[in-house]
Design a protein around this ligand. Structure first.
Ligand SMILES: *Cc1c(COP(=O)(O)O)cnc(C)c1O
Length: 368
């Protein structure tokens, strides 16, 4: 028998979450963001659930090639654009649309020989200060791009730094709208948080939304709102089994560094999943897992291949019991059980994004 750890990708949930993005942004088109190997889900598996999207947005030409191999003929957008002039040949060959965020990318396009003019998304830096032209530089970049024979339509985009929080988007959105008021071209502003929280405003919604994390069933503004609040379904389950049980006496310690000290006699379960599988090593005592569908707290430091849990809340648990790191658990008393990736991430001081992206190569993944 292989090691009992596996990840399951819930294809129907991907489809459902994509529909939620559509509901939030009626009559906008949807870029399904599938960068980072579809947030750890695998491009090929994610594609099964997301093929109703209007286009796919990602970073790597190699990932774009994988989508073309799946026979996706629709739009693909490179969210960081090209990294060197030669990448433009791949864009021509694979029919990729690309973001233009700096002068160098315009220089490369001006030198590029192509049969078909390229669709580009010109990016404005409205305060995120990562990629894009500042508002004063944006208009001249637009004019320069629009005049190039290598360029077809120019669309306009920006990215919000605070769509998920109290600062909100109003300053950045106002700067964007003012700067491009009289420029033609489609607009794209919203990531998941923008789509869920701000896309009721048709202007903010624009022509294209760019949801990522919401497609994967994680709430971008957790804990203010959880996935259930937004009607999102978990798309990834990470599950394993108990491979050993220990009986601790008061005063016994657990694992490396003896971080956990038992204050009473207790049963401890050993789960076959560790940081080499992508489970966060810095998970503190009390981080929730499920055993046979019952919530149990992690105790002791996470090691490379194992984590340890307090089985007080799962007295029937034995070697072979199902352990859920996140996602869907087995039925318990006739009810479905679930442990949200956002809740696990919160305990570990991170976000659902990081946990799903960190799933490691050695974990077998299957679509269900
Ligand atoms: C990653 C990314 C997104 C998706 O962000 P989520 O928070 O996952 O929805 C949207 N737009 C750009 C430019 C991105 O890089």
């Amino acid at each position: 028998m292989p090691r009992p750890l596996e990840a399951l990708i819930h294809v129907d949930a991907l489809h459902h979450n994509l529909q939620r993005a559509r509901d939030c942004a009626p009559d906008a088109r949807v870029w399904a963001v599938v960068k980072a190997n579809a947030y750890g889900h695998g491009i090929e598996r994610a594609f099964e659930g997301l093929r109703a999207a209007d286009g796919f947005a990602l970073l790597d030409i190699a990932e774009a090639q994988r989508l073309r191999k799946l026979d996706w003929r629709g739009p693909i957008l490179l969210l960081e654009g090209v990294f060197e002039a030669r990448d433009l040949e791949w864009c021509s060959r694979l029919g990729l649309w690309h973001v233009v965020h700096c002068d160098e990318q315009i220089d490369w396009l001006a030198q590029h020989k192509t049969e078909w003019p390229h669709r580009v998304f010109l990016k404005m830096n409205t305060g995120m200060n990562r990629l894009g032209f500042t508002p004063p530089a944006f208009r001249s970049a637009w004019a320069r791009l629009s005049a190039l024979p290598q360029v077809d339509e120019v669309s306009l985009m920006t990215h919000f730094s605070d769509a998920d929080g109290p600062r909100g988007i109003s300053q950045q959105a106002a700067l964007f709208f003012t700067t491009c008021a009289d420029l033609s071209g489609e607009r794209s502003l919203c990531n998941s948080a923008g789509t869920l929280r701000h896309a009721q405003d048709a202007k903010v919604r624009g022509d294209w939304v760019r949801p990522g994390i919401m497609l994967y069933g994680s709430s971008p503004d957790y804990p203010e709102h959880d996935a259930a609040h937004w009607g999102l379904q978990a798309t990834m389950t990470l599950k394993s089994q108990l491979i050993a049980i220990q009986h601790l006496k008061a005063g016994d310690t657990v694992g490396y560094g003896s971080r956990f000290v038992a204050d009473r006699d207790m049963r401890l379960g050993v789960v076959a999943c560790g940081y080499a599988d992508g489970y966060p090593r810095h998970a503190p005592d009390g981080t929730p897992l499920m055993v046979d569908g019952a919530r149990v707290p992690l105790i002791g430091r996470v090691s490379m291949d194992m984590v340890t849990v307090d089985l007080s809340a799962a007295p029937q648990a034995r070697v072979g019991s199902e352990a859920t790191l996140w996602g869907h658990g087995p039925q318990l008393d006739g009810h479905a059980t679930e442990l949200s990736i956002d809740e696990v991430a919160r305990h570990c001081g991170t976000v659902g994004y990081e946990l799903m992206c960190a799933l490691s190569q050695r974990v077998p993944v299957s679509a269900v």
